[in-house]
Design a protein around this ligand. Structure first.
Ligand code: NAD
Length: 338
């Protein structure tokens, strides 16, 4: 099989959902998953494909150039789908260094090794490597914050506000430069907030569900009116697969579900569903919602205009927030209560 791809960060939330989805739909590909297994990654996310014949796991750091070179030599990758990152905004505020290392230097490292493996000169791919592609997974947070109106398009100027979004914006720029300088076949997708099975406990929706059923306060930042555009993770995975296979080299595609919801709505909705799906002995889950001091520099609103990926690549989200959240709660109830 001449189609082995490197997926980085595949033991994390989106990467794990993606690899399982991709292997199911693409029996003619082999996937090597390079993941450091930081606190955010776990092999529990990949039990479905533990013994899959087209899947290999390697524990290691994307910043370790010698390791990445060794893997390229060993597996002769024909593509890279790069998820690995430090991804939690709150952690980037308390400890930004790891974000710069992994998200910026790590991305540069992967690009550089791929370029040397695939290309002999600027704009010249080696024979047999002409279709090799580097797909960079990024976020809508690079665009900064919106007011009450407007949407992020691919033309929106970058204005990152947190060390996390600044590190992702920097990595996007390095990817962009490899297209313009070396003619490398790169594509970038900038996605809105994801939710669904396998997300780390620290993120908003798993926190709301976990705190609710353990009877703790459900913390909501500030007034709870910050808006995100929520996308169910498998919809992101189909967008990535389409952009990887059909996207135009050098282009970026915004991925978002047109599902703007504020944090308070999300907490209330989850509480209402839990009242039905996992009732409390006494009272309602909403009684546990508490407001806590806002995150410094908290962006007010993100919302994506997904017209380009919809029109040009035929992508469409299958779930809306109200359908996806039921599936998500079911998954966490199973994980947390059984
Ligand atoms: P995650 O934190 O759940 O997973 C990140 C994975 O990367 C983990 O398995 C971790 O072990 C691994 N990793 C971290 N540092 C590494 C290193 N130096 N070398 C190798 N592996 C390393 O993140 P996620 O939510 O799955 O996000 C995946 C990608 O999608 C990230 O690039 C993120 O910026 C982007 N993204 C996420 C969202 C979201 O809502 N979660 C939205 C848009 C874009």
């Amino acid at each position: 099989m001449d189609n082995t791809i490197l997926v980085t960060g595949g033991a994390g939330f989106i990467g794990a959902n993606f690899i399982v989805h991709f292997l199911e739909n693409n029996t003619d590909y082999k996937v090597v998953n390079l993941d450091l297994l930081t606190y955010a990654g776990t092999l529990d996310n990949l039990v479905e494909i533990d013994n899959h014949s087209n899947y290999t796991f390697v524990q290691g750091d994307i910043c370790d150039k010698a390791l990445v070179e060794k893997l390229f030599k060993e597996h002769d990758f024909k593509g890279v789908i790069h998820f690995a990152a430090e991804s939690h905004v709150d952690n980037s505020i308390s400890g930004p260094e790891a974000f710069i290392k992994t998200n910026v230097i790590g991305t540069f490292n992967l690009l550089e090794v791929a370029r040397q493996h695939w290309m002999s000169a600027p704009n010249l791919y080696k024979e047999g490597y002409e279709n090799c592609r580097f797909h960079h997974i990024s976020t809508d947070e690079v665009y900064g914050t919106l007011g009450k109106e407007g949407l992020f398009t691919e033309e929106t100027p970058y204005a990152p506000n947190s060390p996390y979004s600044a590190s992702k914006a920097s990595s996007d720029m390095v990817v962009r430069s490899y297209f313009h300088t070396y003619g490398m076949n790169v594509v970038t997708t900038n996605c809105s907030n994801n939710y669904g099975p396998k997300q780390h406990n620290e993120k908003l929706i798993p926190t709301i569900i976990r705190k609710a059923i353990t009877g703790e306060n459900i913390p909501i930042y500030g007034d709870g009116l910050n808006v995100r555009d929520w996308l169910y993770v498998t919809d992101h995975c189909t967008g990535i697969e389409l952009a990887y296979k059909k996207g135009i080299a050098g282009e970026t595609y915004n991925v978002g579900g047109r599902n703007e919801r504020n944090n308070l709505y999300i907490a209330n909705k989850i509480c209402e569903l839990l009242d039905k799906m996992h009732p409390k002995v006494k009272g309602n889950y909403k009684d546990q919602i508490t407001f806590v001091t806002d995150r410094p520099g908290h962006d007010l609103r993100y919302a994506i205009d997904a017209t380009k990926i919809e029109d040009e690549l035929g992508w469409k989200a299958d779930e809306n927030f109200e359908t996806g959240i039921v599936k998500t709660i079911e998954w966490y109830l199973h994980k947390l209560t059984e």
